[in-house]
Design a protein around this ligand. Structure first.
Ligand code: PFF
Ligand code: NA
Length: 497
């Protein structure tokens, strides 16, 4: 393994390219698909505020730490953490960050590719005019028909994974730089155009208020965990993706401004997506808590009603596909880079990683149809039926099952005159999503901040960061040592208990 100053995988051509690539990694389905739907499920306003706080107190400082660690060792996250842990004489557990990240990466890539497949499908539907003049109801039907059809889901999942593999096999900087350079500005233009449309809809102020009026009574403990987890997911943190990209960052580029730019861009795109989607939701009487289908049920209505909607809509979905593509590449890169360092060729490494993630993705494909009743962590919660008198009803005990067939449970717990049974669980997809975003990424993030804050000397960190402004450096170091780990651990421990 030869890791000279340039590393064995190459170097971005400039600081600007690193910004593009890191933005390409950060901006993706997390912003356009996931952020609006989880904001909708968690009641909007207060959730958005907590999410923004998490970005500021944990996301940005930890992102700086990840880039810094990557650039220090210039290797894949697994080898970077093994090497830095050894030289810093830190506990062995920190070497596990890279491994945990690789596991998280496989899980994320597996479902990310399935969802990205939906956007490929929607590109085709857009281009062929399916949505012209469509009603909210029919747009919903197009989406549920897709979910009900595992064969289509498999096809588009496969297409997307092949797209990802092709770019990775060519090497990240050659494959990625050009795609991102054209795509990012275009995506911004499209979002501004869509914002213009949503401003003209009667539901705009309601959508705006949903996102930005902070009603803390709607905020549950789980919502806070989800907000924190999403801060990591959306910035690609906690699993080594940004660390891997940091390893290709030019040695003389200053870290603070660069990372800040990426964080701000990512946040703007998420908020813009929310501001586009929620006005459409309220204008058309749709459900903000509709779940993973939210963007797929709303945006086609907007495009269907716009003059030139076929062209605009097709362009938009192409851009979402490219945004998802550039993110997916970064999810796979840590594992591929590790295989390459182990002496496996880049093409073969790519094939192994993508094939494994593709296989795991089958579980997500079936989560939306054949296996939708096969759920984990199923809770049966008895509630007093609406027509019953709450004071006279004796509720049975709540129960939970590690695994259950939900349709079976519904038969076993029919509603009675006085009691309803609320049955909630997680599908295979839900489990992967929860495990990665809400557990593995924050855990990885906390370990990274502890390592960067407590096991690397101030000298070595300051040298690597190449900060010109000592005040900013001091603030960052304080954040990474105290604030970020405290914030993550606080949310984490509360959420688990
Ligand atoms: N940040 C990406 C998004 O918001 O879509 C998703 C992602 C990329 C998560 C890379 C994790 C990762 F390592
Ligand atoms: Na993101």
């Amino acid at each position: 393994m030869t890791a000279d100053k340039r590393g064995m995988h190459g170097i971005w051509s400039s600081r600007w390219t690193f910004i593009l690539a890191a933005t390409g990694s950060a901006v993706g389905l997390g912003n356009i698909w996931k952020f609006p739907y989880i904001a909708g499920e968690n009641g909007g306003g207060a959730f958005v505020l907590v999410y923004l706080l998490c970005i500021l107190t944990a996301g940005i400082p930890i992102m700086m730490a990840e880039v810094l660690l990557g650039r220090k060792a210039r290797m894949s996250p697994i080898h970077t953490m093994e090497r830095l842990t050894a030289t810093a004489k830190a506990p062995r557990m920190f070497a596990g960050i890279g491994w945990m990240g690789a596991v998280a990466g496989f899980c994320i890539l597996s479902f990310y590719s399935v969802i990205a497949g939906w956007t490929v499908y929607y590109t085709v539907k857009m281009a062929t005019g399916t949505f012209t003049g469509i009603s909210g109801e029919n747009a919903g039907a197009v989406f549920s028909d897709l979910l009900a059809d595992p064969q289509s889901l498999m096809l588009y999942h496969t297409i997307f994974m092949v797209l990802v593999g092709v770019v990775i096999a060519r090497g990240v900087h050659r494959g990625l730089e050009n795609a991102v350079r054209i795509m990012m500005p275009l995506l911004f233009i499209m979002l501004i155009l869509l914002l213009g449309y949503s401003l003209t809809t009667p539901g705009f102020s309601q959508g705006f208020n949903f996102l930005f009026s902070f009603d803390f009574s709607k905020l549950s403990q789980e919502s806070v965990v989800v907000a924190l987890g999403h801060a990591f997911f959306t910035l690609s943190l906690g699993m080594g993706a940004i660390m891997a990209y940091g390893a290709y960052m030019p040695a003389d580029a200053s870290l603070g401004k660069t990372v800040l730019a990426v964080g701000i861009l990512d946040t703007i795109v998420a908020l813009a997506a929310g501001l586009v989607i929620f006005p459409i939701v309220f204008t058309n009487g749709l459900e903000p808590g509709a779940g993973p289908g939210l963007m797929f049920q709303t945006l086609p209505i907007a495009f269907g009603g716009l003059p030139g909607g076929v062209l605009i809509g097709t362009t938009f979905f192409v851009l979402v596909v490219i945004a998802a593509w550039s993110s997916a590449i970064s999810i796979a890169e840590p594992a591929v880079a590790w295989c390459v360092e182990k002496g496996v060729g880049r093409g073969r490494s790519t094939f192994i990683v993508c094939a494994l993630a593709w296989f795991l993705g089958i579980g997500t494909v079936f989560s939306f149809n054949d296996w939708s009743n096969n759920q984990f962590f199923v809770h049966v919660t008895p509630t007093v039926a609406e027509q019953a008198d709450a004071t006279s009803v004796q509720l049975p005990e709540a129960e939970w099952f590690a695994y259950a067939d939900v349709s079976e449970l519904e038969r076993l717990y029919p509603p009675t005159e006085s009691v309803n049974f609320q049955i909630t669980g997680k599908t295979f997809f839900d489990v992967l999503d929860f495990l990665t975003a809400n557990i593995l990424l924050p855990l990885g993030g906390v370990l990274i901040s502890l390592f960067g804050g407590w096991f690397l000397s101030r000298r070595s960190v300051a040298d690597e960061a190449r900060v010109n402004n000592t005040a900013i450096f001091e603030i960052w170091r304080f954040m990474i040592r105290f604030v970020s780990p405290a914030a993550v651990l606080f949310v984490f421990i509360h959420g688990i208990l």
